[in-house]
Each structure stands twice: as structure tokens, then as C-alpha cells.
Ligand binder design. Structure first.
Ligand SMILES: C[S@@+](CC[C@H](N)C(=O)[O-])C[C@H]1O[C@@H](n2cnc3c(N)ncnc32)[C@H](O)[C@@H]1O
Length: 433
């Protein structure tokens, strides 16, 4: 464009001829050099000269030149302009993806309602919305060859073994999702009563549908807050909590409530994403970068905060109701789940694509980023996968002996009032959650 401008300016000045004015000459001299002598030799009439001078002025208008400067210099600077534009766009995109979109705000039930409605989580993860368990052999052979959904079921089976529970009769699944663990436990123990609680109405609905499809009539789901459970003390001989503690705004109340409803002799087992111990017992405090990474992980998926495995154990011991408190870090067994989640989506993106909904597409891209950031936090040791267990001491039953002495025996049975009778009270209370 600049070259074109120069050419028109030169041509107009040439037309202005010998009697060209100073402005035209100035324009000419500032934009061209070799044509000055030609400009001085024209013999054209004055009226043509006037109009030509107007052309000169137009062609040499500095404001126009300045306005057109960016495109004029395009041939030299285009790659830089494009690179700059791309860099700015990437920075803006990074900012959008670094800003958490689902901050915890008593919104856990709503978020799970939305996830359940979309169906995406169930489509890719199946009925178990927790991480999978990868054996050493699978990890050695390559996690991507493992069966993603089958490993989630294996996790449930391993968690049950870890709990130490043998033949539970009354089972509570705290934060049950749409009930993968509850249904598995109900199918393994047909004589047991299983209750799953969640904050999501949609999960209760979906969990109930799936139980009916499987012909399971010993499992029920209800909306109920784990921090204010409507069950009587000592009600369940297995209290199970798989990946619900992450969402609890009061971890102490969470542990205490579960210890309260656990029956004497019963087992409690918790699986939870934990952050590393920091600032206590010689553990270094969190660095600003670690805290920033954690803040994103808290806030993107409606988590108030995480605690460490050790802190969970301290809370369990602190109830004064539990014994044999123990824990394990299952990061090696579970970490591959994060990247495997993204892989299953990449291999089969059509369920999401055919939603034809840009909002859903955007949300899914955020999930991909968060899954990878979770993987990195676990890989760096900032996060750990905690398994915690404990039991409630069995009651000592005092029996009067014939000689006036007493003998004692232990009882591990749960409270004599049946869960079914408590349910009616609980269901009424739960409806108000
Ligand atoms: C990641 S899902 C885990 C689901 C399920 N345990 C599983 O393994 O498939 C978290 C669950 O915790 C539940 N939850 C979170 N906070 C809760 C609370 N205060 N009371 C009851 N359930 C809660 C959510 O509603 C959701 O069902």
C-alpha cells in the first residue's frame, strides 16, 4: 500500500509539471527521489495542472498515510502481528481456564444435578464416580490398555477389603453419587439393608432407577446432608464414604457424624482426595505456587478445601469413639485414572460432540484441563489419595452371674431399632434438605 501511495504521489507530481508548487514538491521529495527532474519538464495546461495538484495533495495526505500505515507495513510485519495476536489470545485463554468456574458455595447438590442431567459423567465413567484401581501389572503394561470402567468396580472391591468388614447387615453409603457402591454392596450382601445418601435429587432418582433395573430391592437412596444425618446413633455396621469428604465444608463434623451412626463393632471406611500434610509435624508449609494450584482444584469442582490423610486420622481418633484407626496412600493405584479419563473422551468424543451445545463443549474442555491438573498435583505429591479406616469398639455386655460375679461378652450388632423404621423419620427430614 505504501508503495502504491508513493507511485500515485510521483505520478501526480509528474503531471503537475514544471510549475508545480512547493507542497507537491515536498511531498514528492519525501516519498520519491528519482522523478524530480521529470516533474520539472511537463508542459501541460494550467487547469490540468490544478486538478493534478489536487491529486497530489490527496495522494500525499499524511493523515491518510498514517491511517493506512499498519496495512502498509504488512508485508514486513505480518508474521509478527499474527504471532502477537496468537500470544495475546493464548494468554486470554489461559486466564479464562485458570479462573475456577464452580467455586464451592453450598452448590454441591446443584452441580451434581447438572452433571447427572447431562449424562456425560455416567456415559464415560459409568455408575461409579470415583477413581479406578490399577494393579501393578496393569501399570507396568501401560494404564491405557486397562479397562477404565472395570477398574472403578475393582476400586470398590479393594475398598471393601480394606475396610475389614465381613458380613455387614446395615450399610450406609455417605455421598453415594448415583449409587455404584451401594448397588454393588447390595448385590454382594442380599440380606443387608443399604442406604445411600447424597445432596442431589437427580442422583437419588437415577440411583433408584438403576437399582430397579437390576432388581435390587435392598438398597434405597435419599437426599440427606452428611453433616446432619437423621439416623439414630449406632445404626450401621458398615459406614462407607467414597470421595464425598472432598466436598465437606466441615471435615470434623463429617467424621463425627459417621462415627456417631456407626454401630459398636462396626467398620468405617473413607476414600478421599487429600492434600499433603503441611506446616505440622515437621512437614514444610505449602509454597505460594502449591496454594495457588490447590485453590484451583478446590474451586473448579465445588470443593471448600482438602485436608491431609494424617489430619483425617487425627479427626477419627479425636472422636473418642473409634479404634484401630489406620490409613494408606493409594496414589500409585489410582493416579492413572486422571489421564485415562481424558483418553476415553479422546477415543470416543461423539457423545459430547452430538450434544450440539457450545456451553457443554466449553464445560468439557474445562474438565479436560482440570483432570490434567489433578494428575499433576498427585504426581508432584501435592495431593495424595487417602484410604482411612477405623472400627467402633464392640459394646461390653454385662451379665449377672449366679454367684453375684459378672461375666462379660462383646456385642457387635447395630442398634436394635431397624433402619426401616428410622427411614420414615429420615425421609421426612431429608425432604427438607
Ligand atoms: C464424587 S461423588 C462420589 C459418589 C459415590 N460415592 C461414588 O463413588 O460413585 C460425591 C458425592 O458426595 C455427595 N455429597 C457431597 N457433600 C455431601 C453432603 N454434605 N451430604 C451428602 N452427600 C454429599 C455428592 O452429592 C455426591 O453424590
Amino acid at each position: 500500500m505504501l508503495l502504491h501511495q508513493k507511485a500515485s504521489c510521483g505520478h501526480a507530481l509528474h503531471s503537475a509539471g514544471r510549475r508545480s508548487n512547493r507542497a507537491a514538491f515536498k511531498c514528492f521529495s519525501s516519498h520519491t527521489t528519482p522523478s524530480v527532474p521529470e516533474a520539472l519538464v511537463s508542459t501541460r495546461p494550467v487547469h490540468e495542472l490544478k486538478s493534478s495538484l489536487a491529486d497530489v495533495a490527496k495522494a500525499c495526505n499524511p493523515q491518510q498515510l498514517i491511517a493506512e500505515a499498519p496495512s502498509s507495513v504488512g508485508s514486513n510485519y505480518t508474521p509478527w502481528a499474527v504471532a502477537g495476536g496468537v500470544a495475546l489470545a493464548l494468554l486470554a485463554l489461559k486466564r479464562v481456564y485458570d479462573t475456577p468456574s464452580r467455586t464451592y458455595n453450598n452448590n454441591v447438590g446443584d452441580e451434581y444435578d447438572a452433571w447427572t442431567n447431562e449424562g456425560i459423567l455416567e456415559y464415560y465413567w459409568g455408575e461409579h464416580i470415583h477413581l479406578g484401581y490399577y494393579t501393578e501389572e496393569e501399570r507396568a503394561a501401560g494404564w491405557w490398555k486397562a479397562d477404565f470402567k472395570a477398574n472403578k468396580l475393582r476400586f470398590t472391591q479393594e475398598m471393601f477389603k480394606f475396610s475389614g468388614s465381613q458380613q455387614p447387615k446395615r450399610i450406609l453409603d455417605v455421598g453415594c453419587g448415583f449409587g455404584g457402591s451401594s448397588r454393588w454392596l447390595a448385590s454382594q450382601f442380599p440380606d443387608a439393608e443399604v442406604i445411600g445418601i447424597t445432596l442431589s435429587h437427580k442422583q437419588v432418582q437415577r440411583g433408584t432407577e438403576l437399582a430397579a433395573e437390576r432388581g435390587l430391592n435392598n438398597v434405597k437412596f435419599m437426599v440427606m446432608d452428611a453433616l446432619k444425618m437423621q439416623f439414630a446413633d449406632d445404626s450401621f455396621d458398615l459406614v462407607w464414604a467414597c470421595e464425598s469428604g472432598e466436598h465437606m465444608p466441615d471435615k470434623k463434623a463429617y467424621v463425627e457424624e459417621m462415627a456417631r451412626v456407626l454401630a459398636p463393632g462396626g467398620k468405617m471406611v473413607i476414600a478421599c482426595w487429600c492434600q499433603r500434610e503441611a506446616g505440622v509435624n515437621g512437614a514444610p508449609p505449602l509454597s505460594p505456587k502449591e496454594q495457588e494450584d490447590l485453590n484451583f482444584l478446590y474451586e473448579e469442582w465445588a470443593h471448600p478445601f482438602f485436608i491431609s490423610i494424617q489430619e483425617f486420622c487425627r479427626l477419627m481418633q479425636g472422636t473418642g469413639k473409634l479404634e484401630q484407626v489406620g490409613s494408606e496412600d493409594w496414589t500409585p493405584q489410582t493416579i492413572d485414572s486422571w489421564r485415562h479419563s481424558n483418553l476415553v473422551g479422546v477415543l470416543d468424543p461423539w457423545f459430547v460432540v452430538f450434544k450440539w451445545n457450545p456451553k457443554v463443549w466449553y464445560k468439557v474442555t474445562r474438565e479436560i484441563v482440570t483432570l490434567e491438573r489433578m494428575h499433576q498435583a498427585f504426581a508432584k505429591g501435592l495431593m495424595q489419595y487417602g484410604l482411612m479406616r477405623a472400627m467402633k469398639p464392640a459394646k461390653v455386655v454385662q451379665e449377672a452371674g449366679s454367684s453375684g460375679s459378672t461375666s462379660s461378652s462383646t456385642s457387635s450388632s447395630s442398634s436394635s431399632s431397624s433402619i426401616s423404621s428410622q427411614e420414615s423419620q429420615a425421609a421426612a427430614a431429608a425432604a427438607s434438605v
